[in-house]
Design a protein around this ligand. Structure first.
Ligand code: NAP
Length: 452
């Protein structure tokens, strides 16, 4: 059924997930020349997803994008409902009763598994656990990390792995005035880690980090980066490809890596070392991680030679995949919701009224701003489909809120969030930080109930 949307009966859109993709999708929708109402749902009380819980605390400038998201939130056609878990607190079909269309922007929060023996040992950690812990994610606030050994290994050579390495190599002073959680700052200040070794399964040509991020490892107060020159030797095909102008970023990476081969080192400093052509095959230890066994690769293949490296902590950072949502198709192989230009697919068929955007649509790649372009593509598809949209039965959001209330769910509005925000900033200022994040959902909810 198609209806002409009007200011009295605007297009009703539910966006699920309040990270960058969710906010850019809302912003893009509100900029269109159509009457529209956008309700943004988020399972955690606090908005901003990856910007709040993923971006490194020492990269505060990247978090300025929140100001743009706040502008979107100030539009009177927009509402925020935090602390509502779609697919759990209300089914997707139940939500669809209230919205003409649902756009899923739930990101990619699950670590891609390595799938080797020994992953259950204490001291084997996932990127999401460590990053979530120091960034105050409610799910990871109670994680424990053994930082008592001199050596930590990280598998994976993307920017997330470099974030982990940098946090492990920073001094307390470098982190003290960031929004890193105090519990993490205290634990890291006691860390005995002196060497951080970062491993890639392919040659240096394929390293997935970007020049700005790898260069930072040479700018830390008390850390010296190192790469063995032998580790930068490339096979003839990669060496030739590196010369191509299309590989300008790889060339920059390479020249930075070359500078690491002779970087000055003072013995008391922390050491950050990159290794290439190594695939972990087993994590060894009694109850705790003691060593990791790597197979040596040549031109992308194992050559049957192995080395064992002693360590006390082994971090896996080999990319993220999305989590399935009950009632929505999911491509387990890729960890995404199958789609064509943002339209959700069931097999080859488009499911009318359901869209997707961001990492849950494309996989975990690109930077925060990349989501802006992806939002434009998804909203463009939605606008093309408007006349065929299966419109909703109930246009009263209050009915939805009553239903949630009956189920004991208390949505956090944007005004509520601003109370949490003010409290966190106040707590931060009292200890010389831009904010001290609240990590307990129940405490966040109780702050929203206080009268000011
Ligand atoms: P990523 O860039 O995709 O890097 C994943 C790394 O894991 C690659 O080195 C990859 O090696 C390796 N890997 C994948 N599967 C593996 C396996 N089974 N065994 C061993 N190694 C494996 O992912 P990410 O670091 O999680 O980053 C996600 C996105 O966020 C990226 O676009 C990144 O640039 C972005 N990000 C940006 C910033 C920033 O701008 N400051 C910070 C953090 C993240 P292969 O190449 O061999 O597959």
């Amino acid at each position: 059924m198609s209806i002409p949307f009007s200011p009295q009966r605007p297009l009703r859109v539910a966006v699920v997930g309040a990270g960058p993709a969710g906010f850019y999708t809302a912003e893009t929708l509100l900029k269109q020349d159509i009457p529209v109402k956008v309700d943004l749902f988020e399972k955690l009380p606090a908005p901003f997803g990856l910007v709040r819980y993923g971006v490194s605390p020492d990269h505060q400038k990247i978090k300025n994008v929140i100001k743009i998201f706040e502008q979107t939130a100030s539009d009177n056609r927009f509402s925020y409902f935090g602390n509502v878990n779609i697919g759990h607190d209300i089914s997707v079909s139940g939500l669809k009763e209230f919205y003409d269309t649902i756009i899923f922007c739930t990101g990619a929060q699950t670590d891609r598994p390595l799938g080797i023996k020994g992953e259950d040992l204490i001291g084997n950690y996932k990127a999401s656990q460590f990053i979530g812990w120091y960034n105050g994610h409610p799910r990871f606030k109670d994680c424990q990390f053994d930082l008592s050994n001199k050596v930590a290994l990280i598998m994976g050579q993307g920017n997330v792995a470099i974030d982990i390495a940098r946090i492990l190599c920073c001094t307390k002073e470098e982190l003290a005035h960031t929004d890193i959680c105090q519990h993490a700052l205290d634990a890291l200040a006691e860390s005995k880690i002196e060497q951080v070794h970062v491993y890639g399964r392919r040659s240096a040509f394929y390293a997935a980090f970007t020049p700005a991020e790898i260069k930072e490892m040479a700018q830390l107060a008390d850390c010296s980066p190192f790469v063995d020159p032998k580790d930068l030797e490339l096979d003839p095909v990669s060496a030739k490809e590196l010369e191509s102008p299309a590989n300008a970023l790889r060339q920059k990476n390479f020249s930075i890596l070359k500078s690491f081969t002779s970087f000055p080192y003072v013995s008391r400093q922390k050491r950050f070392v990159l290794h290439f052509n190594r695939t972990p095959v087993e994590i060894l230890g009694g109850a705790k991680v003691e060593k990791v066994r790597f197979e040596i690769n040549k031109e992308g293949h194992g050559i049957g030679q192995y080395e064992e490296i002693g360590c006390g902590a082994f971090f896996t950072s080999i990319g993220y995949v999305g989590e399935p949502i009950e009632g929505v198709p999911f491509l387990y192989q890729k960890g995404i919701i199958p789609n064509h230009q943002g339209r959700i697919l069931e097999g080859e068929q488009v499911i009318g009224g359901f869209y997707v955007c961001g990492w849950i649509a494309s996989g975990a790649s690109g930077v925060i701003g990349t989501n802006k372009l992806r939002a434009q593509e998804t909203v463009h598809s939605l606008l093309e489909d408007l006349k065929d949209l299966p419109v909703c039965k109930n246009t009263d959001t209050q009915d939805l809120l009553s239903l949630l209330k009956e189920r004991g769910i208390i949505p956090v509005t944007f005004i509520d969030w601003k109370k949490i925000d003010a409290y966190e900033i106040m707590m931060g200022l009292s200890i010389g930080k831009p904010r001290e994040k609240m990590t307990k959902v129940s405490e966040m909810i109780s702050i929203t109930k206080k009268k000011y």
